[in-house]
Design a protein around this ligand. Structure first.
Ligand SMILES: [Zn+2]
Length: 683
């Protein structure tokens, strides 16, 4: 690679565009590999300088030097992963297979570097003499802990053992997931008679016919255990015995069958436990929770117990309602697990028929975007001005300059709304540039949200469902967390917060989209310009609470099961059925069915990143319900509450412990009852 080529590589140059926007128009796929190599080479030089320094370690020459050592690598990675998820092709995907391991090796090499650690530790040990405080102290602590949690304080024999365990875990988790997938694929429900399709919507029947055709089962219908096939069948099929068949197949996956995960789950739990003990923690849950707002397994258990006590009676009422309806229509109140989705859907239709198609005309995309910007203006005084001089990676992407009331630049905002073959499904928020110290100065952030909303047609504009609207508000909340960040260091800024705190800024935004005052700002019929009728708004609110008790208990059940696996010595777990029954006993609503098991297909905790973290779904909901209640008490757009939320939460990133930040905003710790009240589970 000649200097000449490198000097024209846009990934390695300072941009002269508006606020240093990235020049996507100059970027070619072949720029990535050489830019990453050069970035790593530059970073290694910086790291060498830290490693071989002879002056006494201090914040500047060690912690700060480490924080800024790999800025080029960071830039290449953020642009690359933006494209990999939002504008990909075979070439980029192939590139990911070489770039991703390179990036992973690069970061783990730093954390294994004993000389760098020795200097970091020296700064940490002398933090008092060095008078470190505020964000400097926080950064030093984070840096030190990153090394320690990766085994830096262990003896070389122990380190060797830790690597072995990590390798073993890295092998077992994909094996667990693969068994899940194989079990899903091995099961087929083939329907041959029209009459067995009773109750299923037309689109579901069509998809099943298509799936059958692909398997050379022309003229038949195929259903599988994959969610897009399984969920509608369980919700709508009137054939009880077929629902039972499908349900039993799904709930017994990887349990006492050809793809059993029993031993793998036990092995994973045991390795995690031993790994945690090696690092000085009583259990894996203690290890994980050290870096969470919830802090300890005891606190999580206390939290779950409290939710459980109050939600259980509501869930029992939900179940009674469903039983009543079934008794009325069939003469028998008996509800088995394969009946629940079907009968609760029927109940929902009876109580509050709320059709997506009735709401859509009120949610024209342009209006919703204006609405979400208007929320940001009323709450935080932000202005979003569309600009045309910022290059984008696809013509659908819109760009905005964000400023505050005093016309100070807040950052750039990219919005990418429509599906295309090169984009992944779902919705997410990301940053093209983080807020904080880079290139020798504190930079403002470049934030992006990516969604998959229906595109307009020649006759109709893009019209969203209520779920889409909530998604847009949610992702926009993440974007605000990035945009309003006001921190010194990138590692502590924006959404770099503990994992059970990161959904507060996003989830709280969804609340405004469900309030009359919020909806009135943007929900107008796209043809008549009439505001959404009050009765529709009432229906939206009522349906948000439908069967909330039942769903809460389901989430609590998984959270308790996760904790049972990870907060005690798993060597005690012998029989999986007995273990699971005991761990989830208090959440039982319908009698357990023998031969079924949740742990063996619980990929969130055994193959995903949720181990000792499943509780955080409910935890984050409590935070947003409790924080939003404050707004409701003082006024939905109350300037003072908004100022406090911005100052104590949105602008602070991870510069302080989230509980401290939350208490500074709310004046006290979060109150779990706020969520129970919002869900209508208690008065
Ligand atoms: Zn989110």
């Amino acid at each position: 690679m000649t200097t000449n080529t490198l000097s024209s590589n846009p990934l390695l140059q300072a941009s002269k565009l508006r606020d240093g926007a990235f020049p996507f128009d100059l970027l070619k796929t072949e720029h990535f590999a050489p830019a990453l190599d050069e970035g790593i080479a530059r970073a290694k030089k910086n790291l060498d300088r830290i490693r071989t320094a002879t002056d006494k370690p201090d914040f500047q020459n060690t912690i700060l030097a480490l924080e800024t050592a790999s800025e080029d690598v960071g830039r290449v990675a953020s642009i690359f992963y933006t494209l990999l998820s939002a504008e990909s092709n075979d070439e980029i995907q192939a590139l990911a297979r070489t770039l991703s391991p390179k990036l992973a090796d690069f970061s783990s090499d730093i954390l294994l570097d004993e000389k760098i650690f020795a200097r970091v530790k020296s700064v940490w040990d002398q933090r008092k003499e060095l008078k470190l405080q505020g964000e400097d102290l926080q950064l030093a602590e984070k840096s030190y802990k990153d090394f320690v949690r990766n085994g830096a304080l262990l003896t070389s024999v122990q380190k060797e053992r830790l690597r072995e365990m990590d390798q073993e875990l890295a092998r077992l988790s994909p094996e667990f997931a693969e068994n899940n997938l194989k079990a899903d694929n091995a099961f087929q429900l083939v329907i041959e008679k029209d009459s067995d399709l009773q109750g299923l919507p037309e689109t579901v029947v069509e998809a099943a016919a298509h799936a059958a055709e692909e398997k050379s089962l022309k003229g038949k219908w195929l259903f599988t255990l994959h969610a897009p096939s399984y969920v509608p069948f369980m919700t709508y099929s009137e054939k009880r015995e077929l629902r039972e068949k499908l349900w039993r197949a799904r709930e017994s996956r990887c349990f006492k069958d050809n793809f059993t995960n029993e031993e793998i789950a036990k092995k994973i739990a045991l390795l995690r436990h031993q790994r945690a003990q090696l690092l000085g923690f009583p259990t894996h849950a203690h290890f994980v929770l050290e870096e969470r707002m919830a802090e300890t397994p005891e606190k999580v258990v206390q939290f779950l117990d409290r939710m459980l006590d109050k939600a259980k009676p509501a869930a029992d009422r939900d179940l009674d309602q469903v039983r009543e309806l079934k008794a009325k229509e069939t003469g028998s109140p008996e509800i088995m697990p394969w009946d629940y989705a079907f009968w609760s859907e029927r109940l929902k239709m009876k109580l509050h028929e709320l059709d997506d198609e009735v709401l859509r005309p009120y949610f024209k995309l342009e209006n919703v975007i204006e609405g979400v910007f208007e929320h940001a203006r009323r709450l935080y005084g932000l202005r979003f001005k569309e600009v045309s001089d910022v290059p984008v990676y696809h013509p659908d992407v819109k760009t905005f300059e964000v400023s505050d009331e005093s016309a100070r630049l807040i950052g750039l905002f990219y919005a990418d709304f429509f599906p295309r073959a090169s984009k992944q499904g779902g919705a997410w928020a990301t940053t093209l540039r983080d807020q904080g110290l880079q290139n020798g100065k504190i930079e403002r952030p470049h934030s992006a949200i990516v969604c998959n909303f229906p595109k307009s047609t020649p006759t109709t504009p893009s019209l969203l469902t209520l779920d889409d609207v909530r998604t847009l508000f949610h992702e926009f909340g993440h974007a605000l967390h990035s945009l309003l960040s006001d921190c010194k260091y990138v590692s502590l800024g924006g959404t770099n917060v503990y994992w059970d705190f990161v959904e507060l800024p996003s989830q709280i935004m969804e609340n405004w989209a469900l309030e009359e005052e919020g909806l009135n700002l943007f929900a107008r019929h796209y043809q008549t310009n009439q505001p959404m009728p009050r009765e529709l708004i009432e229906k939206i609110k009522a349906s948000a609470r439908f069967q909330a008790g039942w769903f809460t208990i389901r989430q609590l059940r998984f959270a308790l099961l996760d904790l049972a696996w990870h907060s005690k010595d798993p060597a005690r777990i012998a029989d999986l059925s007995a273990f699971e029954t005991e761990a989830t006993e208090r959440t039982t609503l319908l009698a357990p069915v023998s031969g079924t098991n949740s742990s063996c297909s619980f990929s969130h905790i055994f193959a995903g990143g949720y181990s000792a973290g499943y509780y955080s779904y409910k935890w984050a909901e409590v935070l947003d319900a409790d924080a939003f209640e404050y707004f409701k008490e003082r006024g939905l757009f109350d300037k003072e509450v908004a100022r406090s939320f911005r100052e104590n939460v949105l602008s602070k990133g991870g510069t302080r412990h989230p509980m401290e930040l939350y208490k500074a905003f709310r004046g006290r710790e979060p109150d779990p009852d706020a969520l129970l009240r919002r869900d209508g589970l208690i008065e």
